[in-house]
Design a protein around this ligand. Structure first.
Ligand code: HSE
Length: 343
C-alpha cells in the first residue's frame, strides 16, 4: 500500500524522517507492505515544492545539504505555504513539523485544521497544537474518520504515547512520573559532574537538545507541555498549561547539587500526573530523589517515564527524548499506526 505525504517544516526532524525513508524504504516495504512517497515539502526558509509523482528523499536531502534550500529540486508546483500544502497537495497524510510555539500553538494548529478539513490524516511532533488544542483536533479527526498521530510530542521516538494509550490504560494508570526534558536532565547531570549551569546549558544547545529559546526548557514549559499532552491522551482530562504547577531548574545552584550528592540523592526535573477526585494534579518541579528511585539513574539527555498502574505496578520506559533520527522515527511509528488501523 502506498501513502503520499506532505511535509510542513523541513528542519532536523523532517530531514531525519527523510533519511529514514531514504535508507530504510525497501525494508519497510518488505516488513510492512507500505511505501511512503513524499509529494510535497513546505518550509518557510528552504522553500516549497509539490509534485504528485513524488520526490526521491535523497534528492531532497542532497538539495538541502548542498544549497540550504529546495530551490534546485524540479517540481511542477512551487511556493505553497503551509496551509496551501495542507489543502491543495495530493497527500493522504500531512506531516506537520513546523516549529513549536507553546503559547499559541501556531502556525501548526492552523496547518492541522486545514489538513483535516481537506480530508487528510495528520502526523505531528509539534507539542504546541497537541498541548493546547488536542481535544478539538482529535474530535475534528474523529468526525471525519481521520487519524492524528502525536507519538513524537513526548520522548521523541521512544514509544511512550502509543504504549500508554493502547497498552497501559487498561491496566489502570494511577500515576505518571517522568523525566521529560532532555536539556534539563543533561544540565543537572553535568552539574553533578562539576560543570557550571551556564557551561552545561551551552553544551545542551551545542548538542541540539535545547529549543531555539532554551527558556522553555529550563523553566519547565517544555516538560509542562508534555505533562499536559499525557493528561489529555492517557487520562482523558483536558487540562491546559496553566493547570500545571511548574518550576524550572534555573534556580538550582551548584551548592544545591552538591548538598543532594552529599546526602546520597540527586536532583531531577520531574513531571507528575496524579488523578484526583474528578480531575488530575499536574506538576513539573525539581525534586531531590534517592538513588534507588526508578528515575534517578536516568542521566544526560535521556528521558524516562514511569506509569504506575493497578494491574502491572510500575512500568518504566527509558530512551531518547529528542534528536533528528529519534524524532523522525516517531513520524514513521505514527504512519505505521495509521496503516495498521486502516487495514
Ligand atoms: N528541548 C526538548 C528537550 C526537545 O530538551 O527535551 C524535545 O522536546
Amino acid at each position: 500500500m502506498e501513502y503520499r505525504l506532505a511535509i510542513i517544516g523541513f528542519g532536523n526532524v523532517g530531514q531525519g524522517f527523510a533519511e529514514i525513508l531514504r535508507d530504510h524504504g525497501p525494508r519497510l516495504l518488505e516488513q510492512f507492505g507500505v511505501r511512503y512517497r513524499i509529494v510535497g515539502v513546505s518550509d518557510n526558509l528552504k522553500g516549497s515544492i509539490h509534485d504528485p509523482a513524488g520526490f526521491d528523499p535523497a534528492d531532497l536531502l542532497d538539495a538541502v545539504r548542498l544549497s540550504g534550500n529546495l530551490g534546485g529540486v524540479d517540481a511542477p508546483d512551487r511556493g505553497w505555504d503551509g496551509v496551501e500544502m495542507a489543502t491543495r497537495s495530493s497527500a493522504d497524510v500531512v506531516v506537520e513539523l513546523s516549529y513549536t510555539d507553546l503559547e499559541t500553538g501556531e502556525p501548526a494548529t492552523t496547518h492541522i485544521r486545514a489538513a483535516l478539513d481537506a480530508g487528510k490524516n495528520v502526523v505531528t511532533t509539534n507539542k504546541g497544537p497537541v498541548a493546547l488544542h488536542y481535544a478539538e483536533l482529535a474530535e475534528m479527526a474523529r468526525e471525519r474518520g481521520l487519524e492524528i498521530g502525536v507519538e513524537g510530542t513526548v520522548m521523541s521516538g521512544t514509544p511512550a504515547v502509543l504504549n500508554g494509550m493502547n497498552l497501559l490504560r487498561a491496566a489502570g494508570i494511577k500515576r505518571v512520573q517522568g523525566i521529560l526534558n532532555g536539556t534539563c536532565n543533561y544540565i543537572l547531570t553535568r552539574m553533578e559532574e562539576g560543570s557550571t549551569y551556564e557551561d552545561a546549558l551551552q553544551e545542551a544547545q551545542d548538542n541540539g537538545y535545547a529549543e531555539a529559546d532554551p527558556t522553555g526548557d529550563v523553566e519547565g514549559f517544555d516538560a509542562a507541555g508534555k505533562v499536559v499532552i499525557l493528561a489529555n491522551l492517557l487520562m482523558g482530562v483536558p487540562i491546559g498549561m496553566d493547570d500545571v504547577d511548574r518550576t524550572g531548574i534555573s534556580g538550582l545552584t551548584s551548592a544545591d547539587i552538591s548538598a543532594a550528592k552529599d546526602a546520597g540523592e540527586r536532583w531531577k526535573l520531574i513531571g507528575t500526573l496524579e488523578p484526583t477526585d474528578g480531575g488530575v494534579a499536574a506538576s513539573v518541579r525539581p525534586e531531590r530523589v534517592a538513588l534507588s528511585h526508578p528515575l534517578a539513574s536516568v542521566g544526560g539527555a535521556t528521558n524516562a517515564v514511569t506509569y504506575s498502574t493497578e494491574l502491572l505496578g510500575d512500568v518504566t520506559l527509558v530512551g531518547p527524548g529528542a534528536g533528528r533520527l529519534e524524532t523522525g522515527y516517531s513520524v514513521l511509528v505514527d504512519l505505521l499506526e495509521i496503516h495498521r488501523t486502516s487495514v
